[in-house]
Design a protein around this ligand. Structure first.
Ligand code: KIV
Length: 291
């Protein structure tokens, strides 16, 4: 889902069946207090960006703590070049699918580009659409200029997750998909932004594409959990886009994506086999036909 400019270093470890034995206490979160408790207890939080009923159910059954319906849907499912093309209607429709599949799950919905910088009224319309579709919380990118919106959404009863570091909706201003906070000044700004989000009442934040040491500094300076994506291991949890970790995303992956499956190869093989068997009249068999 990310730029080709980030270094490619993905691997495809074989699936280990022991990963199925998930500690039950770490399963699907129900409320924001589960996030706080996980950080307090030193338990790492797992979050996956999913967009449909099939993957949402599989993720929850596998023990993933929380689901994100990210604006990455615009790239992963709709073939756009960036997340800027995601709309409220697009995301809300996927939130609905995920909610129907996972009635008890904690689902975070991304507020897309343009939906929260046009005044409180427009922002609240987007938040309402997500909440009505089934979101448990909303996520928005950046801090400066969003302070009133964050406070207002929280005061209206919808929990807010922040997103700082590399914020893909601002990729044009950031000059590409690059590691953020590389200078002392940039790092200090990100630490300040993180603290501001905590002070405003965000229950958690996503920290994208920063050095391991900055990830660790930000996590240890906050009491809310920091969920990293390309922010090293010393944060409070990790998020990936499901289609990235399943090896279904085309092109090169950024360094932080671990491919747990070569999904594209497996799917292609199945499709080729179907095609061949249809061509050779091997499908359907007698047992696959009605008498
Ligand atoms: O849109 C998304 O899926 C995200 C995650 C990658 C954090 O924002």
């Amino acid at each position: 889902m990310f730029s080709q400019s980030l270094k490619h270093a993905s691997s495809t470890p074989s699936l280990n069946t022991s990963t199925r034995q998930v500690d039950l206490s770490q399963r699907s979160f129900r409320s924001v207090s589960d996030f706080r408790k996980a950080k307090r207890d030193g338990r790492k939080i797992s979050m996956l960006s999913v967009y449909d009923a099939v993957f949402a159910r599989l993720a929850v059954d596998a023990g993933v703590n929380t689901l994100l319906v990210g604006d990455s849907v615009a790239m992963a499912l709709y073939g756009f070049e960036s997340t800027i093309h995601a709309t409220v209607e697009m995301i809300a429709s996927h939130v609905g699918a995920v909610r129907r599949a996972c009635p008890g799950a904690f689902i975070v919905a991304d507020l897309p580009f343009g939906s929260y910088r046009r005044g409180l009224k427009t922002a609240m319309k987007a938040v309402e659409a997500m909440a009505r579709a089934g979101a448990s919380a909303v996520k928005l990118e950046g801090v400066v200029g969003n302070e009133k919106i964050v406070s207002h959404v929280i005061e209206s009863g919808i929990p807010v997750m922040g997103h700082i570091g590399l914020t893909p909706q601002s990729v044009l201003a950031l000059g590409g998909y690059k590691v953020q906070g590389g200078t002392e000044e940039g790092a200090a700004r990100l630490i300040e932004d993180a603290k501001e989000l905590e002070d405003l009442g965000a229950f958690s934040l996503v920290l994208e594409c920063v050095s391991r040491s900055l990830g660790s500094r930000i996590s240890s300076s906050l009491s809310i959990p920091v969920i990293g994506i390309g922010a090293g291991a010393e944060v409070d949890g990790q998020v990936l886009v499901a289609s990235d970790l399943l090896g279904l995303s085309p092109g090169r992956s950024p360094r932080f994506v671990r491919r747990y499956l070569d999904g594209a190869a497996l799917v292609s093989k199945a499709f080729e086999e179907f095609c061949r068997q249809v061509g050779e009249a091997q499908y359907p068999s007698e047992s696959e036909s009605y008498d």
